[in-house]
Design a protein around this ligand. Structure first.
Ligand SMILES: [Zn+2]
Length: 211
């Protein structure tokens, strides 16, 4: 079955979690192979979405300019509900945005995707003197999560662990997300994007019952 560019077609035929994940991974495979087809990228498709959107996945990633989510997964208008902040951290805005994706848009799969060489994670691991109050707050969130998990603050390891920590934190912060994940209606996965080569380390699903 050729699933190329069919991410947004879920509105007409609800997809399983495995199918949604498969589409993400095959889109990324196309990107890696230099065979991106840039689906749903024209104005005609945008026009079809004017009054409704039906993304089947929501992704929380870093705002880093090297992490363009739609390009990495070879998707287009209407395919992915994207939430980004520096360091893909669990913040009130992040939680609210993902709750909206799940409750209002009926998104069935959540992906927290960190990346190597993350400046926000690196800052959280290092000297934070001189940061603005807002940056202190953001990096405090990241640093606190890392320190709870492991006393080591080695940046590379932290970049790989941090998506998992954020995923757990989302479920602690949101009763709605926790309930949907525990019931199996929504799956929450994490991943780490490796800038050198563009590969993605898929870290699997978070078991909501253990949070
Ligand atoms: Zn980053």
């Amino acid at each position: 079955m050729d699933n190329r560019g069919k991410v947004a077609d879920a509105a007409s035929s609800p997809a399983s979690h495995d199918e949604i994940l498969y589409r993400l991974k095959t889109g990324h495979d196309r990107f890696l192979a230099g065979q991106s087809i840039h689906p749903h990228a024209n104005r005609d498709h945008l026009r079809e979405l004017e009054f409704a959107q039906h993304p089947e996945v929501a992704i929380l990633s870093c705002s880093d300019s090297r992490v363009p989510v739609e390009l990495l997964f070879d998707t287009g208008f209407g395919d992915i509900f994207v939430v980004r902040n520096a360091g893909n951290a669990c913040t009130p805005d992040t939680v609210a945005s993902l709750e909206y994706a799940v409750a209002a848009l009926n998104v069935k799969l959540l992906l927290v995707m960190g990346h190597e060489q993350c400046g926000a994670v690196s800052t959280a691991c290092g000297d934070r003197q001189g940061l603005t109050p807002s940056l202190l707050e953001l990096t405090r969130e990241i640093r606190t999560g890392l320190l709870k998990h492991d006393k080591s603050l080695a940046v590379r390891e932290a970049c790989h662990i941090h998506p998992r920590i954020t995923g757990d934190a989302l479920l602690v912060a949101s009763r709605l997300l926790q309930d949907r994940v525990r019931s199996g209606e929504v799956q929450l996965h994490t991943a780490c994007y490796v800038l050198n080569g563009g590969t993605i380390e898929w870290q699997g699903e978070i078991d909501g019952s253990k949070v």
